[in-house]
Design a protein around this ligand. Sequence first.
Ligand code: GN1
Ligand code: MG
Length: 551
Amino acid sequence: MDEDQKSILRRASSRFPIPPGAKFSYGTAGFRADALVLESTVYRAGILAALRSLKTRSVTGLMITASHNKISDNGVKIADPSGGMLTQAWEPFADALANAADSDSLLQLIIEFAKKESIVIDGNCRAEVLLGRDTRPSGESLLEAAKQGINSIVGSAAVDMGILTTPQLHWMVRARNKGVKASERDYFEQLSSSFRCLMTLVPGECKVKGTDNKLVVDGANGVGGGKLECLMNMLDGLVIEVRNDGKGGGILNEGVGADYVQKEKVVPQEFGSNDVGMRCASLDGDADRLVYFIVPSASSDNIVLVDGDKILSLFALFIKEQLGILYKGVHENNAYQARLGVVQTAYANGASTDYLKGLGLEVVLTPTGVKFLHEKAAEYDIGIYFEANGHGTILFSDSFLCWLEKRHNELPEGSEQQKAAVRLLAVSKLVNQAVGDAFSGLLLVEAILQNLNWSINHWSELYRDLPSRQLKVKVMDRTAVVTANAETVAVKPPGIQEAINAETVKYPRGRSFIRPSGTEDVIRVYAEASSQEGADTLAQSVAKLVEQFLG
Ligand SMILES: CC(=O)N[C@H]1[C@@H](OP(=O)(O)O)O[C@H](CO)[C@@H](O)[C@@H]1O
Ligand SMILES: [Mg+2]
């Protein structure tokens, strides 16, 4: 690194001092904190994104958002060249950068890391970082800090893509590196045209009448609502009414949004008795999560939740059915044996796992956090992953898609088999291959319901959720809990798992586990049982055990 570069870094970084006493960690979903303390972190994340771009000789991304967290918070995460999350191998460096005490130690860290990773910072090799932010008021100044971080690495270009959903930014990074068109318009085009393709294949007897094609969407007063309004103008066969689009004075994520709806299981603001029986959906603050719900009666605030597990089940069922049609009559030796896999976490409702296994599907669990689910799903030809909270997607392997294209061209025009191939190809284009995307998920749900001629009630009754309860326990040191087997077993502190087991066996269909949160300073407790009362008491008993063991 030459002296000019060093002095640029020293000068720029001294304008973004780290707040006294602050400690940042690149957690389950990047850095998150009160927006007021984040400038130095975002500046440094800009440096990180530029270095990652130099290292990979590809475009990377930087997104400023705190998703479902409150409006005064913000956050920053890096998109790798694949469009996925930053490689886990760089997370320790991200932590070290964010916590470097001053300009000199920051510079030292960068020099050492660049040496270790053989990154040449000489201005000859160009880095490019796409920037996006959600609608939070703090986003504008934080974006400026990110730009300065990127510009502190000589030869780097920061490209401001404007206000975006998180999945849009990830999609753009992936598209840029694949050398295909990558604007917001291209994103909307790809989603709407693949949706249209799926809708043209809806069997004649399933074509919807009247208002059955209407969906009401809660936009969480975030970026998703307005973007969905742009997208819906490009769709046929589906009428979307967006509420909580952020233009009506409501506050981001307050009493609205996918996280609120999934955790509290009550109607979001602006929804009520007029919506009884309607198909409703909620996005989260940056539109990478999606849940559906029904308002069952005018007299209560309760909802029937159709969560990420049910979205996953609908997708798995549809894809399995299409594969069945595609392979009909084909001798096993002549067909590409597509490996279909389903990935969940321990938070998946036990009834969903039973249902999926009952369909004959391979189901695996990973630890919480989409980076783990995504990685596992990528091992399959078709890997479907979802967290119960509504974040997930479907990944297709290149080799399977290549075979599918070829097979599609060989099949008789207009045959059922060819239609199945067209549907699967359309799904692979509709569904965001970079990260979970509420818009992809929503359009795929809608297309599948219409293809199967199912109401939301029918879908919701695929299986009955086991009653469950989640609690949070504040402890002195949450790192004292260490888990194994995809977080289903606590191996530390010693004896706690045996005590949890002794409680759990008291309840029919009882299941419970604990884990330290990766985004909050708490231990999370999950319990399910055959009755709500059972799930509640089990969760409370386990929470007490956590207090006893960890105080
Ligand atoms: C139980 C739960 O919903 N956990 C969430 C939450 O992680 P925690 O590590 O549990 O705080 O935030 C993550 C990031 O959004 C999300 O991936 C995850 O599913
Ligand atoms: Mg989100």
